[in-house]
Design a protein around this ligand. Sequence first.
Ligand code: PEP
Ligand code: MN
Length: 276
Amino acid sequence: MSAAFKLAGLEEHPQPTLVQVRGTLIGGDNPALIAGPCSVESREQIQTIARAVKAAGGNVLRGGAFKPRTSPYGFQGLGLAGLEYLAEAGAGVALPVVTEVLEPGMVRIVADHADILQVGSRNMANTALLKAVGRSERPVLLKRGMAATVEEWLLAAEYILAEGNRQVILCERGVRSFEPRLRNLLDPAVVPLLRTLTHLPVLVDPSHAVGRRDLVIPAACAAVAAGADGVMVEAHSNPDQSLTDAAQAISLAQLEELAHKMRSLRLALHSGSLAS
Ligand code: PEP
Ligand code: MN
């Protein structure tokens, strides 16, 4: 199996990859907190949320400008204006920003505005897009496809690495299951499993996994306890009014609570009380 992951695997590269984005290190000892709305909805909205992410001690601001919606009639994002608002809001609070890129032809413009390029679950196997982000200078946050095996996911990462971009961050976001009460199924064990296969940093997105506001914090804590390099959550100043993914948007007060719990967990993990 190792030969399949020539670049993502541990054989040639046993030490963990650390991705440095401005002041933030993804893959070090401290789990990163990436937070922000599902979609950038307005200049004011992203600025308000950016200030809250910063105040909570978050490390990266997220926000979708181009949204891969299930329905063609759903809000598709603000597009270029959304990218500009996101970049401005991130700069305003000195946080790097991550946003999704949907098409190879858009990689350059998204990279001009974002510090990290997100390849979403629906595009994990889009090899043209993987190659295009592989030619970019920007780190890539690669979501797991919603029905992808770990092997398929690592091979998707391999496409990016093979183009010369070695800054790939994996992000688990749950997979389809038979359980209708949860949006997807989150298996925190995928984090230690990936540690046996790859040197790439591993994030977990509990928001798209559980799909419910009340379950995001415990799922995020499970991911951190399992050793994730960070979590990415959807947070909103007015969660019920979110234009996309309202059901899973946590409030800014919940974001603060999550940040606090992550700090406690980190201390517990570092103090050795949870270490093996
Ligand atoms: C997102 O993070 O906004 C998103 C669309 O996630 P996923 O690709 O995991 O569905
Ligand atoms: Mn979303």
